[in-house]
Write a protein that binds this ligand. Structure first.
Ligand SMILES: *[C@@H]1O[C@H](CO)[C@@H](O)[C@H](O)[C@H]1NC(C)=O
Ligand SMILES: *[C@@H]1O[C@H](CO)[C@@H](O)[C@H](O)[C@H]1NC(C)=O
Length: 313
């Protein structure tokens, strides 16, 4: 091969490599928003199918029309009725997809939608899925539900809805189970700390322990804690030992300073500043005063202090 051709083919090769390097790792943010836009359109399409399910050709709907144009259900007329409103239907919950993102995606997949309509949908109107045909296979922006990531690998079983597969249905994500509150483990089959297994069944629901428990319990009550949480203490009660809130304000006056008050909270306490109407107080606001600041007097109604009205005689 003459040198000039060798150089030219090396140049072509290099430009191919750099092109592949640039487009080989598409921005995952961009992929996920494309999938989101396509999925939103597919969901709107589904609603459009439901909206037009009982429609027919406007006007006559005579046998002649049905025969000449085919039934409305599979007609181009219905397709247009649906696609016209995909991005502008006010009822459509576009799921964070803006109108311009929707239109940009629709332009890209319009032909695919038409192919879907006269192909997969016509062949099987009840089970054909626009999302599968167009968003998954067509633009390659999505994976089928139950798959995730660049290779559309299968999602793990997240214990039947106790967690969500990260990246489910998209070309992004980690493929790990994001467990719902109360569940943990790779497949969300364990109970988290501070949750217990209800019904005693090995795969029963996980429910929250009493806030009085430190980390584990056998049931929902404060008598069912393994150990008491900070700010609670074990107290023998008629029905057994229970974890009971410690009233820190009583046991150890933790709020110092003449113009502060202590408020007991479940498991803790809070120090607050007295209202300016108070020179001493036991709670918030003017009503919490136990002694009044200069310029204030004991309230005539209720408790606390009120402003002295120096103007009235
Ligand atoms: C998507 O593409 C795969 C592989 O070509 C094919 O087997 C599958 O039937 C397609 N699915 C849809 C819904 O078009
Ligand atoms: C994936 O998403 C689909 C559709 O929202 C849902 O039905 C399915 O349970 C999800 N799978 C996992 C493992 O999260």
């Amino acid at each position: 091969m003459p040198l000039i051709y060798q150089l030219a083919s090396i140049g072509l090769l290099l430009s191919l490599i750099s092109h592949v390097a640039q487009s080989g790792s598409p921005d995952s943010q961009q992929l996920s928003s494309q999938c989101q836009a396509c999925s939103a359109i597919a969901a709107a399409f589904q609603r459009g199918l439901e909206r037009t399910a009982r429609d027919n050709f406007g006007g006559g709907n005579t046998n002649w029309e049905e025969t000449r144009l085919g039934t409305y259900a599979l007609s181009e007329t219905r397709l247009v009725d649906i696609t016209d409103r995909l991005c502008k239907d006010k009822d459509n919950e576009m799921n964070g997809v803006t109108s311009s993102e929707c239109h940009a995606m629709l332009e890209k997949i319009e032909e695919d939608i038409e192919k879907f309509w006269f192909g997969a949908f016509k062949a099987n109107p009840t089970s054909a899925s626009l999302r599968d045909s167009v968003c998954v296979n067509g633009t390659a922006a999505c994976c089928a539900y139950g798959r995730w990531g660049p290779e559309c690998a299968p999602c793990p079983d997240c214990s039947g809805g106790r967690g969500d597969c990260n990246g489910n249905g998209t070309r992004t994500g980690t493929g790990a189970c994001d467990c719902h509150p109360g569940y943990s483990g790779a497949q969300c089959s364990d109970c988290s700390a501070k949750y217990y297994r209800a019904n005693g069944e090995s795969n029963g629901e996980c429910k929250a322990c009493s806030p009085a428990c430190r980390s584990a319990c056998t049931g929902p009550l404060a008598t069912q804690c393994d150990q008491c949480a900070d700010g609670y203490e074990t107290v023998q009660q008629a029905d057994g030992a229970a974890c009971v809130d410690i009233d820190e304000c009583q046991t150890r006056s933790p709020c110092s300073g003449p113009r502060s008050f202590c408020e007991n909270l479940p498991g803790s306490y809070r120090c607050g500043d007295c209202d300016r109407a108070c020179s001493a107080c036991s709670g918030p606001g003017q009503a919490g005063c136990t002694a009044c600041s200069p310029g204030f007097e004991p309230a005539t109604t209720g408790s606390g202090c009120q402003d002295v009205n120096e103007c009235s005689p």
